[in-house]
Design a protein around this ligand. Sequence first.
Ligand SMILES: Nc1nc2c(c(=O)[nH]1)N[C@H]1C(S)=C(S)[C@@H](COP(=O)(O)OP(=O)(O)OC[C@H]3O[C@@H](n4cnc5c(=O)[nH]c(N)nc54)[C@H](O)[C@@H]3O)O[C@H]1N2
Ligand SMILES: Nc1nc2c(c(=O)[nH]1)N[C@H]1C(S)=C(S)[C@@H](COP(=O)(O)OP(=O)(O)OC[C@H]3O[C@@H](n4cnc5c(=O)[nH]c(N)nc54)[C@H](O)[C@@H]3O)O[C@H]1N2
Ligand code: SF4
Ligand SMILES: [Mo]
Length: 679
Amino acid sequence: MKRVRSVCPLDCPDTCSLLVDVEGGKIERVTGHPDHPVTQGAICHKVRRFPERVYHKDRVLYPLRRTGPKGSLQFERISWSEAYDEIKRQFQSVIETHGAESILPYSFYGNMGILNAEGMDRRFFHRLGASRLERTICNSAGAAGFTYTMGANAGTDPEDTIYSKLILIWGCNVVSTNMHQMLLANEARKRGAKIVVIDVHNNRSAKWADWFIQIRPGTDAALALGIMHILIRDDLVQEDFLNQYTVGYDELKRHAGEYTPEKVSAITGVSVEDLRSLAHLYGTTTPSFIRIGNGLQHHDNGGMIVRSIACLPALTGQWGIRGGGAVKGNSYYATLNTRGIQRPDLLPKPLPRSVNMNRLGDVLLETARPVKALFVYNSNPAQVAPDQNKVRQGLLREDLFTVVHDLFLTDTCQYADLVLPATSHFENLDLYKSYWHLYLQLHEPVIPPVGECKSNFTLFKDLAKVMGFTEPCFNDSEEEMIETALQYENNPYLRGISFQSLREKGWVKLALPPETELSEAVPPTPTGKKIALYSERLERAGLPPLPTHVELSEDTSFPLYFTTPPNHHFLNSTGANVPALMAAERRPVLQIHPVDALERGVEHGQLVKIFNDRGSIVLQADITPDVQPGLVISQGLWWDDDVLGYQSVNVLTSQRIADMGGGATFFSTRVEVVSVTNL
Ligand SMILES: Nc1nc2c(c(=O)[nH]1)N[C@H]1C(S)=C(S)[C@@H](COP(=O)(O)OP(=O)(O)OC[C@H]3O[C@@H](n4cnc5c(=O)[nH]c(N)nc54)[C@H](O)[C@@H]3O)O[C@H]1N2
Ligand SMILES: Nc1nc2c(c(=O)[nH]1)N[C@H]1C(S)=C(S)[C@@H](COP(=O)(O)OP(=O)(O)OC[C@H]3O[C@@H](n4cnc5c(=O)[nH]c(N)nc54)[C@H](O)[C@@H]3O)O[C@H]1N2
Ligand code: SF4
Ligand SMILES: [Mo]
């Protein structure tokens, strides 16, 4: 038996360091590395069960070619060279008839490794001249909003949050989605901190918090403005900080004056008393820290919400204080040599069109500039993309050639002409950064590739050869690409980090300025930039330059909001085919408030139909006061199951784009619910 280091590859902020027990070339056990300063030996249940995923009986082990109609899951085994020949033939044919732009890569972060998520694949599709994909399904509205205020998607070092005395967890279900933030907050709590959760429902994190504030969907900017109003009115702002580090305080002061407690309470559903207590708690506690989640930015107004909340620490002068500030994401600190890895210089001129991934359904159904070939990897769009009926209608097109590279026959694979077997990250060399903590980690293979599986890196390197691309960058080894990624003089935080140092230590912390210099780094924005309370950039983009509450725009003829955040045991749709994790989640349900249930004659445990003008799904009703009246919730992205009658919640969500960053609007969905027995 040997025990080796690994990294969790999942799209989770915690990017844990793992220890893997390997016996006879097989993974027996996965645990958290006790020495990693953030992981501290603790990992989630999902990843402790990872061996079941790696050795799952349904893992795709060799290339497959479709033999039945699309959607029938009828495949035959073929060789890699047959698969490559087929891809070359199809790509050449669509390039001849419709140009390379008719090829669309579709990927996300099923594996967060730099090489396997955004490395050789990017080089390949750039050189091919394929359509470009805007990867905006996750955090892009909020990242844009935070950046408008702070100048970069960078905030507090999470390790410092143990020193916070007040922790606001805002639209973030940390107990399930960022468990090490929960552990750090627990440590802060031991040292006297208070934890407040602001959310639309009484989720696991709300139950763990000291104070749960329930808010109406999409109204968080109004709450932030209400807090600003009271901070300013009651003289709880830090004028010196505001004068030195911000622009637009005078304009904000006048503007926030309009957001009276009564008005804000009417918009948000938060009582005037709670609003006052919250504002005073925030205005009188230091250091205070805000963890801004992704939940509240999956709305039409998601960018503006995050931009507004991001103004708060400036009002009370919390930047530069250890344990103060806020985090939306910290990916800016770990900016790598993206141009060197992805080689955008290989793109043809004029640049191929760029497609927002949230609009996949419409894009596949468009006839003017049709997509003729789709290449999916690191993602399961038939399940995770909004407006699922449109996506599936597009995927069913007989004239669309679809390749899917995955570990399993996901819902998306049902529509594939070719399914290619992917390695798990345990089988690859890769570099990992976190979008929350500040450690880079190297991953060396723990086991050899299973079956005939290939990593994304190897697949796209092979495909470059198949297509006859002769640029030397297609010969790069994994090690060379990691060295390239780390060579980026514009990012001083990478100083001293090399492939070798990562190999020796496993992880290395980004070289942020030491604590004594922290005040120099206030705010954590590119040098010289001030915190934009008033944003000229937003003004130029035609958006409100000051923090502003904007009403959600979904069709109000459907009376209930429908929010579909992740569950505890799956990672998006990953893990939703692992029996132990499915058993832990039991079944997908619709949480509905007793008042809404009564109004509709719905009884606990009954099947209900949830519908809007995009489609309908059926779920079992869970009547609970954990949700507010007017809002129904279904957690998790389950795979479709014909036998049990599950269909994805994304049947109901919209392809509408958020106010900033091209973001998704999953949680602004509106629906009606009827009891199936009343149909
Ligand atoms: N267990 C688990 N962990 C995960 C994931 C997973 O699928 N499962 N997914 C990973 C990924 S890709 C991401 S992006 C993150 C997402 O994780 P988080 O950042 O925590 O975001 P969500 O869980 O989507 O939403 C957080 C909370 O916001 C609530 N919310 C919805 N609308 C509003 C609103 O208008 N205002 C407020 N205040 N709250 C609102 C949601 O109901 C939910 O309770 O988690 C990562 N970690
Ligand atoms: N309704 C609703 N929809 C949502 C969300 C929501 O909260 N509600 N959340 C949204 C968010 S925040 C996100 S980030 C997206 C996530 O959407 P996706 O990124 O599509 O996430 P997964 O469903 O986990 O699918 C990842 C796939 O990649 C595969 N994979 C893993 N490793 C590798 C590899 O090395 N190579 C290849 N080729 N494949 C690999 C996995 O097996 C899995 O099938 O979903 C979005 N969709
Ligand atoms: S999913 Fe998140 S919490 Fe779980 S092991 Fe991976 S990084 Fe850690
Ligand atoms: Mo995400």
